[in-house]
Design a protein around this ligand. Structure first.
Ligand code: ATP
Ligand code: MG
Length: 353
């Protein structure tokens, strides 16, 4: 079965073609360069950029997959279309879903609408086959969740953030430190030259498996203000001018270390509650973080009945369409029926289920 998958939930326009679980092509056009100038995503600009990119991206995926016939996209080689329909930015989702619906009707292909967080989780199945039951730590720009899965189709959210997502926190702390957008990779780079113990930052005391990251962001802000000796009313966007490169690196390392500890302490707690956990699967943009990856290995290697840890290949950690295709493939194998292209709903926010 060949699946053409589309992703446009935020600021990447992506198309991938899979033959069963194997990737034939994987095209991602990122809008990062546009949003560097603004320090964040502007939803209307993102939607317009998707509109410009989506058809060339699809053409490129056919070309890279050697699926052309007389120089045209050979739709007879495609068996199904998959698309992200929730959660995400409304205008961005609209471009991907309208394109997918139109193509499904035009070329008479079954359409599968896929939840974006399922795609992030299934990015791991592009390179591995984690066994169940498992815990998935979804850590992205918009989400921070621990999800227990007992099969390809059985998802239970057992922990979630009560406020900011961890990726959002990386992005906001990077802004305070004057590091470029997107904040996650910038923090990770600066942290390599910093001391993770230099600035002690608080770990929230939340009893259950939920997270909170807004306090950590504020704690970094207050610590920076204290370090450069200005009052708490001092504008956060001017702090970067008062910090030395060494202080920036130390703040980046201290923040990253604390964020990783918060995530891994909760994950460890979840594993204790569910001792039958066979695998732990990391997913979403923050799972690219190398400090998190090595701390996770250290945290779980000594645990009794150590679960096997899985991280997505770096090219599949952020948004891409290969993960949409593999998620759809697993849903189809589990008997999922196609979505009616005339009545496909887009939902800016909806929980995995
Ligand atoms: N190496 C890294 N370390 C930490 N964070 C990172 C790293 N690389 C990327 N990120 C963060 O990952 C986030 C982007 O991930 P992703 O594309 O999965 O999120 P999203 O699609 O915007 O949100 P969602 O998937 O929740 O809708 C950003 O917040 C970015 O800063
Ligand atoms: Mg995402």
């Amino acid at each position: 079965m060949r699946i053409l998958a589309l992703e446009s939930s935020c600021d990447e326009t992506a198309c991938a073609i899979l033959e069963n679980a194997s990737l034939l092509s994987n095209v991602v056009v990122s809008q990062i360069d546009i949003f560097k100038a603004y320090g964040g995503v502007i939803p209307e600009v993102a939607a317009r950029s998707h509109l410009e990119a989506i058809l060339p991206v699809i053409d490129q995926a056919f070309q890279d997959g050697n699926l052309l016939k007389n120089g045209q996209n050979d739709w007879s080689k495609i068996d199904a279309i998959a698309v992200t329909h929730t959660p995400g930015l409304l205008g961005s989702l609209l471009v991907g879903t309208l394109t997918a619906r139109t193509l499904a009707i035009l070329h008479k292909k079954p359409l599968y609408a896929v939840h974006h967080l399922k795609s992030h989780i299934f990015s791991n199945w592009l390179t591995a086959s984690p066994s169940y039951p498992l815990l998935a730590l979804v850590i992205s720009g918009g989400h921070t969740q621990i999800i227990r899965m007992t099969s390809d189709t059985d998802f239970e959210i057992i922990g979630t953030t009560l406020d900011d997502a961890v990726g959002e926190c990386f992005d906001k702390v990077a802004k305070i430190l004057g590091l470029p957008y997107p904040g996650g990779p910038s923090i990770a780079k600066a942290a390599k030259s910093g001391n993770p113990e230099k600035y002690p930052l608080p770990i929230p005391k939340i009893k259950d498996l939920n997270f909170s990251f807004s306090g950590l962001k504020t704690a970094v802000l207050r610590a920076v203000q204290k370090e450069v000796d200005v009052p708490i009313s001092f504008p956060s966007h001017e702090l970067k001018n008062l910090l030395t490169p060494e202080q920036i690196n130390d703040f980046a390392a201290s923040f990253q270390n604390t964020a990783c500890k918060i995530l891994l302490q909760k994950l460890k707690k979840a594993q204790k509650i569910y001792p039958d956990t066979a695998s732990i699967v990391f997913a979403g943009g923050v799972s690219a973080n190398s400090a998190l990856r090595s701390l996770a290995q250290k945290t779980f290697e000594k645990s009794p009945n150590s679960p096997k840890l899985y991280f997505p290949d770096l090219k599949f950690a952020g948004d891409n369409a290969a993960m949409v295709g593999i998620a759809a493939y697993h849903e189809i194998l589990s008997g999922r029926q196609p979505t009616d292209p005339y009545s496909l709903n887009i939902l800016p926010r909806s929980e995995i289920s």
